[in-house]
Design a protein around this ligand. Structure first.
Ligand SMILES: Nc1ncnc2c1ncn2[C@@H]1O[C@H](COP(=O)(O)OP(=O)(O)OP(=O)(O)O)[C@@H](O)[C@H]1O
Length: 354
């Protein structure tokens, strides 16, 4: 039971420790029969609420959050700073005791029956802090497999493959403390994947990695998730990571869920963000006229042609083409500038920092 072990490490707040005490009391209520469990989603969060402090100092961190995560899916949890993501994740993991609401993992209530609920759950919270720095990389994998209830000798091949795929084979016998921050990050991911956990929480899994390592880690994560049918909740400020690995995103703002959909559907909900029109007929005075009438966000010379980017929706585009026709401009090319997840996020959260 890896989560339990990780909860015993230093750095927990009193709040987290009291949640731990509460959750360590095994109770019989909250368990469903096996046929119900087999059909239930991997994670079901219902009406979660958490306030910190009291009186004028009180902060409502999570304000009625509900969502489900189907087995074998990868869901991104996004939101600006202070949106309530960490409190939600810690409530799911039993590290924070919510004021109201329920969390079920594979149908089992985590507060009523934590041992059963967390049997196949693991988490990588705040990156490399999860690992034992005096142990070697391979010893960390063996350790986390063992406390996850697996004989590490029986999965030594899997550990070799994991070390190989995450480019850790050369440092497998070095203590983690000697490694760079990026390498430590990969060791953290490897140790979360080292046992038999099939519900995994990843907080900023690519933080501090260079572009190439981030791409490798994302690719390997996708491969391992598919191969082992893992259920993953990932929280990241990097939208490329989220777009790349998630089937669905849950976006939070001010303690509430404000969007819960596939990336594709979220993007489909928005009209074009702008248009790029390319022509040999654009001169300085015409571009100045365009600036007077439209929101020109870019002008680029391409040999004897000029490409102008205008931020507008499809209605504005008709006005743009009508204007260009009236000035006898012949267009060589028209490209749509589509929304990406970053744009959608900024729009939905009112432009707050991630
Ligand atoms: N232990 C605590 N005591 C008091 N307030 C807290 C505590 N933990 C979180 N909060 C407050 O609850 C709100 C939500 O915080 P939370 O850490 O869950 O947000 P987050 O979305 O994870 O933010 P970030 O992206 O910055 O990590 C914030 O206003 C935060 O200051």
């Amino acid at each position: 039971m890896t989560i339990q072990e990780r909860r015993e490490r230093p750095g927990q707040s009193a709040e987290e420790q009291s949640a731990e005490e509460h959750s360590s009391e095994e109770q019989s209520s909250g368990s469903a029969d096996d046929s119900q469990l087999a059909e239930s989603p991997a994670i079901a969060v219902e009406g979660l609420r958490k306030r910190f402090g009291s009186g004028s100092e009180a902060v409502t961190a999570v304000d009625g959050v509900s969502f489900t995560v189907e087995r074998g899916s990868v869901v991104g949890l996004l939101g600006p700073n202070g949106a309530g993501k960490t409190t939600t994740i810690k409530s799911i993991l039993g590290m924070v005791l919510p004021d109201a609401g329920s969390v079920r993992i594979h149908g089992t209530d985590v507060y009523a029956n934590p041992r059963r609920a967390y049997a196949h759950v693991d988490a990588m919270l705040e990156g490399a802090r999860n690992d034992y720095w005096r142990l070697t990389v391979r010893e960390n994998l063996r350790y986390f497999a063992t406390i996850g209830g697996v004989d590490p000798d029986s999965i030594a091949d899997r550990h070799d493959r994991l070390l190989d795929k995450l480019d850790l084979a050369d440092v497998a016998d070095q203590p983690v403390r000697n490694l760079s921050r990026g390498m430590k990050q990969k060791v953290s991911l490897a140790s979360v994947l080292a046992g038999e956990a099939d519900v995994i929480f990843l907080d900023e899994p690519t933080l501090g990695l260079d572009v190439e390592s981030s791409l490798t880690l994302r690719r390997e994560l996708r491969r391992i998730v598919a191969e082992r049918n893992l259920t993953v909740i990932v929280s990241s400020h990097d939208m490329d990571v989220i777009e790349d690995i998630c089937d669905r995103v849950v976006i939070m703002n001010e303690g509430r869920v404000i969007a819960d959909d596939t990336v594709e559907n979220l993007l489909r909900g928005f009209d074009a963000r702008g248009y790029r029109v390319t022509s040999p007929d654009f001169d300085e005075s015409l571009v100045a006229d365009l600036r007077d009438r439209f929101e020109v966000v870019g002008v680029e010379r391409l040999g004897d042609r000029t490409r102008v980017e205008v931020a507008t929706d499809s209605d504005g585009f008709y006005a743009l083409t009508a204007f260009l026709r009236s000035r006898d401009v012949t267009l060589d090319a028209v490209d749509t500038v589509d929304w990406d997840l970053e744009d959608v996020f900024v729009e939905l959260t009112g432009g707050k920092d991630r």
